[in-house]
Design a protein around this ligand. Structure first.
Ligand SMILES: NC(=O)c1ccc[n+]([C@@H]2O[C@H](COP(=O)([O-])OP(=O)(O)OC[C@H]3O[C@@H](n4cnc5c(N)ncnc54)[C@H](OP(=O)(O)O)[C@@H]3O)[C@@H](O)[C@H]2O)c1
Length: 307
């Protein structure tokens, strides 16, 4: 059955892959975005997200079978905080429910946690709770870290490679034993579409994690080997490592890593024990395949949003 699917952030990172996958399966996609000026390679119909106009949003969603939501913000900034993103997300879900969409596919995070003082994780937990309490079938996808398809898009992995190319040694925060479970963005898009196409009314929560688990130290080692720049890794105090990342980000007008992201990593929030991989693509194979260009240039998250 061909669907009409509204995708928030359809001109953003994972949203682009979701929109492309939906398109390739013959579905119609409407892009709901805060950035209507962005490149629109699929010429998707665009609706600007008017957070202060729920009735307008509801009218758009009334034409849609499914809502796929990627909307969130990486860190509390001047223009958007996690608290605000949560309110907007709740408004979006309420509008989708009122519009009668058949399913909401929502992007969360591994280990959302209402009791955490990391507002990213507590906000995500609140959003999940709000969604589960609505009488609309939902699929909640919980990725840890997305990578692919290009080095510029795989910001963390690319910037680790960038550092490996430039410095004789690299640091891990503390012991470096905390782990990550990255998923290829195309695997994530296929999972989102698989859930969007469901015809039952069951709810689902899916750990959207990849087939490989790396400790942070192993991740440095794997990337270094893949790009032909094996480096010594040393343990540094988290505040020191974060300070270096902060200075590097500032050099490029970017935020490379926040203190909360370092904490989340060290609290092992980006790995899920005993979860079935949500896709087959390997980060190691991808790094080897992209070795020539990986880390050649610094990839700025903030510039990506401006383009
Ligand atoms: N990327 C990862 O490694 C990763 C890992 C775990 C979980 N996630 C989750 O996966 C989802 C998609 O992530 P993504 O990396 O694909 O995100 P993205 O493309 O950067 O952004 C996704 C959506 O959030 C909006 N957004 C992001 N930052 C914003 C800001 N500062 N102001 C206003 N709107 C903003 C985007 O708005 P526009 O309409 O303007 O594009 C878009 O609708 C998010 O919910 C994220 O929490 C991602």
């Amino acid at each position: 059955m061909k669907l009409k699917i509204a995708v928030t952030g359809a001109l953003g990172y994972s949203g682009t892959y979701i929109a492309r996958e939906a398109h390739s399966r013959g579905h119609q996609v409407i892009a709901l975005t805060n950035s209507p000026h962005r490149e629109n390679p699929l010429s998707l119909p665009i609706v600007s997200l008017a957070w202060d106009a729920p009735v307008q949003l509801e009218a758009v969603l009334r034409e849609c079978d499914v809502l796929i939501n990627t909307y969130w913000v990486r860190f509390n900034g001047k223009n958007l905080s996690h608290a605000r993103a949560l309110r907007n997300t709740q408004m979006l879900f309420t509008a989708a429910r009122a519009a009668g969409v058949k399913r909401i596919v929502h992007t969360s995070i591994t280990h959302p946690d209402a009791y955490s003082d990391l507002s990213y994780f507590s906000g995500k937990a609140e959003a999940e709770k709000y969604l589960r309490e609505l009488p609309v079938p939902s699929s909640i996808l919980r990725p840890a870290l997305l990578f692919g398809r290009t080095p510029e898009e795989s910001i963390l992995i690319n910037n680790m490679a960038w550092a490996l190319r430039r410095f004789p040694l690299v640091g891990v925060f503390g012991d470096g034993k905390y782990r990550l479970q990255p998923l290829h963005v195309q695997d994530f898009a296929e999972l989102a579409l698989h859930e969007a196409e469901r015809t039952d009314r069951e709810n689902a929560i899916i750990e959207a994690v990849g087939p490989e688990i790396y400790s942070f130290r192993e991740l440095w080692e794997m990337i270094g080997k893949a790009i032909g720049k094996p480096r010594k890794t040393i343990s540094v105090p988290p505040w020191f490592g974060w300070g270096i990342a902060r200075l590097t980000g500032m050099l490029f007008g970017d935020v490379m890593l926040t203190r909360d992201e370092v904490r989340a990593l060290m609290e092992n929030r980006l790995v899920v024990e005993n979860a079935e991989p949500a896709g087959p693509r390997s980060l190691r194979v991808w790094c080897e395949h992209n070795a020539k260009n990986l880390g050649k240039d610094y990839a700025s998250e903030l510039s990506r949003r401006k383009t």
